[in-house]
Design a binder for this molecule. Structure first.
Ligand SMILES: *[C@@H]1O[C@H](CO)[C@@H](O)[C@H](O)[C@H]1NC(C)=O
Length: 331
């Protein structure tokens, strides 16, 4: 009797453990989805990256111009391509840099909108959980940062991807830097393969007219960091196979547009939120349509049929405007 009781409780225990493990895997795997309907014919967004320096290095000047452009554009929300706080993210949810580099900088009324933020490599040098914490949203209701998530606006679906854990060098050659890999290691491989699998299925299921992917790191870049080889190897094939229209990133502290030869995918870098002028670039980069090695930001305006992207500089001057239409291809 005692033996069979033990066997059945052991079996129960195994079932329970397997279920728990499955739940854990599927909860890790699921990309959080946010519905943000725009109630308008167009989705209008501002994009800035690589910014949090307590107003220094023209961060404040860029913020002022973002406010003026947003006055006219009336964006639904603002996207940050990461490296939100320099040099090492936030120390905790009580780090005064959150307000010094965010709340007290982007003060224009027109910028009091939802901000959707991803993490950059510098954010991973601090306390990652702090940036992901709802405590920050209590301090400033605009703030929302997640590792990977989806924002569905009906006109476009935007897929935010946590790119830092892809880059080998932060793991193999961290130098003097320490990174907060809690939640990533020891299962980095599993974390990345789950993320790619979930992104792939979410992109395939998407019925949105426009699919936009946002990450911190470059896929294609003429800037200092050039292409991120791990993303070219692991992420790019998915974006191409799943008909993604735009990949938008930061990391290089500049603004640039690169087109593809073999797909419709267009690469836009908006990483000019503060310190710029690296002076290290390759203007012979294949597909390079526009490059400005300085500070600025980007706007994006999308209707069912057309998309317009504009780069602005630190004076609010239009540097570059690009548009694409699906009006003829949709028939
Ligand atoms: C601020 O912007 C101006 C105009 O582009 C530039 O000349 C200057 O070097 C920038 N300052 C810094 C610290 O980046």
């Amino acid at each position: 009797m005692a033996g069979s009781f033990n066997r059945s409780s052991m079996a129960l225990c195994l079932v329970w453990a397997a279920t728990f493990a499955l739940c854990l895997v599927s909860s890790l795997a699921k990309l959080h989805r946010i519905d943000h309907p725009v109630n308008s014919d167009s989705l209008r967004v501002l994009v800035v990256g690589d910014w949090g320096r307590k107003g220094h290095y023209n961060q404040t000047e860029v913020a002022v111009q973002m406010g003026k452009v947003a006055d006219v554009l009336d964006p639904a929300f603002i996207i940050s391509t990461g490296d939100n706080f320099y040099g090492s993210g936030l120390t905790g949810t009580d780090d005064p840099q959150f307000e010094e580099s965010f709340s007290k900088i982007y003060t224009a009324k027109s910028l009091q909108k939802q901000w959707y933020n991803v993490l950059g490599n510098h954010d991973y040098r601090g306390n990652v959980e702090a940036q992901l914490s709802p405590v920050l949203t209590k301090i400033d209701s605009r703030w929302l940062c997640m590792r990977s998530f989806i924002v569905n606006t009906e006109i476009a679906e935007i897929f935010f991807v946590d790119t830092t854990p892809f880059a080998d060098k932060y793991f193999t050659h961290p130098g003097d830097e320490t990174y907060d890999w809690s939640g990533i290691t020891p299962t980095r491989k599993g974390y990345l393969s789950n993320l790619l699998k979930d992104l792939d299925s979410a992109l395939k299921e998407s019925t949105a007219k426009w699919k936009i992917v946002v990450g911190h790191h470059t896929l294609r870049s003429a800037g200092q960091h050039r292409d991120t080889v791990e993303l070219v190897r692991d992420l790019l094939p998915i974006l191409k196979a799943d008909d993604v229209d735009l990949y938008i990133n930061g990391h290089d502290h500049l603004v640039q547009h690169i087109s593809s030869r073999d797909s419709k995918l267009q690469y836009f870098t908006s990483g000019g939120g503060s310190k710029a002028w690296r002076g290290d670039y390759d203007l012979n980069k294949e597909g390079l349509k526009f490059f400005y090695d300085g500070q600025g930001f980007m706007t994006l305006e999308i209707t069912e049929t057309d998309a317009v992207l504009i780069f602005y500089d630190v004076f609010g001057k239009v540097l570059y405007k690009w548009s694409v239409s699906k009006a003829y291809t949709s028939i």
